[in-house]
Design a protein around this ligand. Structure first.
Ligand code: ZN
Length: 611
């Protein structure tokens, strides 16, 4: 039987969707319904039920009692005929994980709005998507990768999904979004942009097509989409882009992705080349698109199926997010959208971020994966000292593993082969990847003994031998002190060779311009040793007033080892500290092509160009 949903932007001005769910033959004991506690892809308990502002149930034109069993589960009184539950859902979260509705557009993720009919999760779902009432909304259209069940392309009307899992994995955008389309390996792709922007749509379509086809070939080989060749796993794909003043984020789905970006990251008409901000956007697109395979279809066994009520624990987020983070930039390079130098700059910056995270000596990537729910997604002022990002650390593990395989097999095997073997074994089965399978398959595919690599890289806090592995493909890794507080690394130092006095640092991160407020205080750094803490606002150094803009310049006049008197407010108490300044540590990485010898450059070309 089909579960029937209906969603209406009932009061856009009040940010309220009205959503109903009709069950033809409800549980005679009293049908139960629930909203998910989290949304797959974002590993944090979010309690979507908190946005339900009213709920009622009806059967045969009569009201039926409905009450709550726990924070997100309801039970209706026994009803004989079809039972309809109708909710008002507040939607004012402009993020890729939420639901958002105003008089300019509507966007929703299924977990925010669609009730799960307990015990009936495998049944077909049909959803009728309606426009808001009123003349002002006549131009609105719909973007979604849901299969139409009567609705016209981009139209309001009925859509369908095979089961609840599929229903909630297809976000929907409605409004007057800008639209461009392209085909990649024969599959239609839409880019729907909401928010004010001046993007060159034609160029976006052209660049994304190149990128999508590169990723399809990565997984399915050069004949993907050709007559008699393999088919990609999706029939259609939608990029939902929300362009805002400042923002960054994405969430992957099986046939679409929701992206949040700064409008200025999108290329303008007439722009050529890929500047830093457009590169950031392309990297985001590349990342989320790679997830179409790695995490949406290849997924940890504990996600098959997801437990939507509780945390789902796995040690493998380093693989599903980290390997994806490794390939997102590498596939930008392989697609030709960026060159070797640009890619090495990105890689150098990633290594810089790693070197600047003291938590790497405390938390392993396997632990970071497991504790994502309470640590990575719920960071506080001590997080840099206590934890690592399984995105960043996972991407460096992937880099090390790839280079190790390439050099030890003399270029005959790579991480690409491991991923394709994983895909062959688990990509289309729906059973999920057991916790140890990736390590086993990596050994089987390469013929290498990799246990000690995995033990060290995943289950210890030992440093990865990146310098040695990069050298084997002719890339020189240099680590130096930062030249300024905004020096993110990636490039070789711009110094002209003249010996400059060592920069001093206080071992803390700051925010704000008017106030030098410490956001994070690093373990063992001058600020911590002096007794300063996160939240303290530094107001003077050696009796001279400073703020967020002038503090660096004030400290730059001193040399490492000098002691300065610091005045700072902790809450409303003025306190004085004696702080001994330290030299800027060597924590800034730059990479450059060095080895031109035949073997090395062949290995490097195969790695960077994917040939
Ligand atoms: Zn991701």
């Amino acid at each position: 039987m089909t579960i029937r949903y209906r969603i209406v932007p009932k009061h856009p001005e009040a940010h309220l969707f009205e959503v109903s769910c009709t069950v033809a033959a409800p549980d005679p004991q009293g049908q139960r319904f629930a909203l998910p506690a989290w949304i797959p892809g974002s590993y944090m308990i979010r309690e979507f039920a908190k946005h339900v502002v009213s709920i009622r149930a009806e059967s045969g034109g009569r009201r039926v009692a409905i009450g709550k069993l726990d924070k997100h589960t309801w039970q209706a009184a026994p009803a004989k005929g079809a039972l309809t539950v109708t909710m008002e859902v507040y939607a004012w979260d402009l993020s890729v994980r939420g639901a958002h509705l105003d008089t300019t557009h509507g966007f929703f993720n299924g977990p925010c709005v669609f009730l799960r009919v307990l015990g009936r999760e495998d049944e077909r779902c049909e959803v009728e998507i309606l426009p808001p009432a009123g003349r002002g909304y006549r131009e609105w259209k719909v973007a979604t990768a849901l299969a139409p069940a009567g609705a016209k392309l981009y139209g309001f009307g009925k859509y369908a999904a095979d089961d609840y899992d599929e229903l909630i994995d297809h976000p929907v955008e409605m409004g007057t979004f800008a639209l461009t389309t392209f085909r990649a390996a024969g599959v239609p792709h839409d880019i729907a942009i909401t928010g004010r922007h001046d993007a060159d749509l034609e160029r976006l379509g052209r660049d994304l097509r190149v990128l999508c086809e590169t990723e399809m070939r990565f997984w399915h080989g050069p004949r993907v989409g050709k007559a008699g060749g393999p088919r990609p796993p999706m029939k259609r794909y939608v990029f939902f882009v929300m362009a805002v003043g400042d923002g960054y984020g994405g969430l992957e789905h099986r046939a679409s992705t929701a992206l949040l970006c700064a409008r200025d990251d999108l290329p303008r008409a007439g722009d050529t080349g890929v500047n830093e901000s457009y590169r950031r956007f392309l990297g985001l697109v590349s990342h989320e698109y790679f997830h179409t395979w790695n995490v949406k279809r290849l997924k940890p066994a504990v996600f098959a199926p997801y437990d939507l009520e509780h945390e789902n624990y796995t040690t493998l987020l380093w693989a599903f997010e980290g390997i994806t983070s490794y390939y997102d930039d590498l596939l930008l390079r392989r697609s030709g959208l960026i060159d070797d130098e640009s890619y090495l700059e990105l890689l150098g910056r990633a290594i810089t971020s790693h070197l600047r995270t003291p938590g790497r000596k405390r938390q392993t990537v396997a632990e970071a994966s497991w504790d994502a729910w309470i640590k990575y997604y719920r960071q506080d002022e001590n997080s840099p000292n206590a934890l690592v990002s399984y995105y960043l650390e996972g991407s460096l593990v992937a880099l090390a593993l790839d280079l190790l395989i390439r050099t030890r097999t003399h270029g005959r095997r790579s991480l690409d082969d491991v991923m394709r073997a994983l895909w062959k074994k688990f990509g289309t089965t729906g059973i999920g990847v057991p916790e140890t399978a990736l390590e086993e398959i990596a050994q089987a595919v390469t013929g290498l003994r990799l246990k000690s690599f995995f033990d060290s890289a995943l289950r210890s806090t030992e440093e990865l031998p990146l310098k040695r592995l990069l050298a084997a493909v002719g890339i020189d890794m240099q680590v130096r002190a930062a030249e300024s507080s905004s020096d993110a690394g990636g490039k070789v130092a711009s110094g002209d060779g003249a010996r400059k006095p060592a920069r001093v640092v206080l071992g803390a991160r700051m925010s704000g311009e008017n106030e030098a407020k410490l956001t994070n205080v690093f373990d063992g750094g001058p600020a911590q040793i002096a007794g300063l803490a996160a939240g303290d606002a530094i107001v003077a150094v050696d009796g001279l007033r400073v703020n967020g803009k002038t503090l660096d310049a004030r400290l730059a006049r001193r040399t490492p080892g000098a002691t300065v008197k610091v005045h700072a407010f902790r809450r409303d108490e003025l306190m004085t500290f004696d702080m001994k300044l330290a030299a800027a540590p060597a924590d800034t990485c730059a990479l450059a092509v060095k080895g031109r010898a035949g073997g090395m450059s062949r290995l490097r070309a195969r790695w960077l160009k994917g040939r």
